[in-house]
Design a protein around this ligand. Structure first.
Ligand code: NAD
Ligand code: IPM
Ligand code: MN
Length: 368
């Protein structure tokens, strides 16, 4: 049987720096655990723009549609801030999500014990925290029409449209309920049904999917602004949070800080299952290209490495190996390994991007 295929898109800024460390982890799993992958690599974002004048070449798009999983670093950066909107690095990532139809974006926010003291919230509020945000990823205000900047009288108007169809809400709701069944059996759906019609429809459809097919799951609804407040007030009340594209973007950055650093948060973006039953999938850290620390060896590679762990679990049926990798990360954090983003007020000497993965590789060796 052919090896599973993986397309690696390092992207921009710290993307290539953290991806370099993920490659070492992948090599470890090939050499020590016999997990061979057919790996191809390509450009995305600003790097693709520099080479081809587009943030995602059609050939790269075709490759992404063909492989078992895509692993992406990050896109964007100040160098590209003034480019025409249509060729901005972020458009490359959005095209991947849309054309691969990756409607369900899983963003876990899990607080490792060793970092509980380091969260900006009190230790007791975050220790043991394990939330899964399910963010709708291919619709909503990110893609709704009409959109653009138009002349209106003697001034311009900027327009984006929040738009959700019943089927778009239905399918992402199902993915949240399925996940909840494998976790604590609880979903909180967030929208703003008090001020937005799309929110009213969202609430109705989620409730209907629940009542018809997932009555065993405990469902609650919350306005997204209250949800943001509750996330920092008492985050452990949540298990699965189901929300739309824009609220999910914001709430997941917020949840990231509960865990200590944006540099810790992985994500999986999943589409409909292929013929073989596996979903189309893209794995990427939640963080961006971090221009402020690019090229300094300071980036925390854990979010990207944990994204590969999610690939092992969701695309390659290697849940045990994913756990092995997550446990190795837990151990190095418990042993005190800290990149700069994980240093508290007390200070100390941070380790570099590469030293963090050196430590993870040693912990993996010790797991054998
Ligand atoms: P960012 O996530 O790049 O950085 C926010 C802050 O978090 C910065 O201080 C950064 O140094 C820190 N940080 C992020 N990742 C880190 C890591 N792994 N280790 C240590 N510190 C880390 O967000 P931003 O500055 O708002 O955006 C920069 C660029 O990245 C923009 O062009 C934006 O559009 C893009 N972006 C891309 C993605 C993506 O590719 N998925 C996600 C978010 C932002
Ligand atoms: C994310 C990012 C992206 C988003 C950008 C870079 C397109 O912020 O993945 O969270 O807004 O979805
Ligand atoms: Mn974001």
């Amino acid at each position: 049987m052919a090896n599973p295929s993986l397309l690696i898109l390092p992207g921009d800024g710290i993307g290539p720096e953290v991806m370099q460390e993920v490659r070492r982890v992948i090599t470890w799993f090939s050499e020590k655990r016999g997990l061979a992958f057919d790996i191809t690599e390509d450009l995305v974002g600003g790097a693709a723009y520099d080479a081809h004048g587009t943030p995602l070449h059609d050939d790269t798009m075709a490759k992404a549609l063909d492989v078992d999983a895509v692993l992406l670093g990050a896109v964007g950066g100040p160098k590209y801030d003034n480019l025409d909107f249509s060729v901005k690095p972020e458009r490359g990532l959005l095209r991947l999500r849309k054309e691969m139809d990756l409607f369900s974006n899983l963003r876990p926010a899990q607080c490792f014990d060793a970092l509980a003291d380091f969260s900006s919230l009190k230790t007791e509020l975050v220790s043991g925290l394990d939330i899964m945000i399910v963010r709708e990823l291919t619709s909503g205000v990110y893609f709704g029409e009409p959109r653009g900047i138009f002349e209106e009288g003697n001034e311009r108007v900027g327009i984006n449209t929040q738009r959700y169809t019943e089927s778009e809400i239905d399918r992402v709701a199902r993915s949240a309920f399925e996940l909840a069944r494998r976790r604590s059996g609880k979903v909180c759906s967030m929208e703003k049904a008090n001020v937005m019609e799309s929110g009213i429809l969202w609430r109705e459809v989620v409730q209907k999917v629940h009542d018809e097919d997932y009555p065993d799951v405990e469902l609650s609804h919350m306005y997204a602004d209250n949800g943001a407040m509750q996330l920092v007030r008492a985050p452990k009340q949540f298990d699965v949070i189901l929300t739309d594209n824009l609220f999910g973007d914001i709430l997941s950055d917020c949840a990231a800080m509960l865990t200590g650093s944006l540099g810790m948060l992985p994500s999986a973006s999943l589409g409909a299952p292929n013929a073989d039953g596996r979903p189309k999938a893209l794995y990427e850290p939640v963080h961006g290209s971090a221009p402020d620390i690019t090229g300094q060896g300071k980036a925390n590679p854990i979010a990207c490495i944990l994204s590969f762990a999610m690939a092992l679990r969701y695309s390659f049926d290697q849940g045990d190996e994913a756990t092995r990798l997550e446990t190795a990360i837990e151990k190095v954090l418990a042993d005190g390994a800290r990149t700069a983003d994980l240093m508290g007020e007390a200070g100390g000497t941070p380790i570099s991007t590469t030293q963090m993965s050196d430590a993870i590789l040693s912990a993996l060796d010790a797991s054998l």
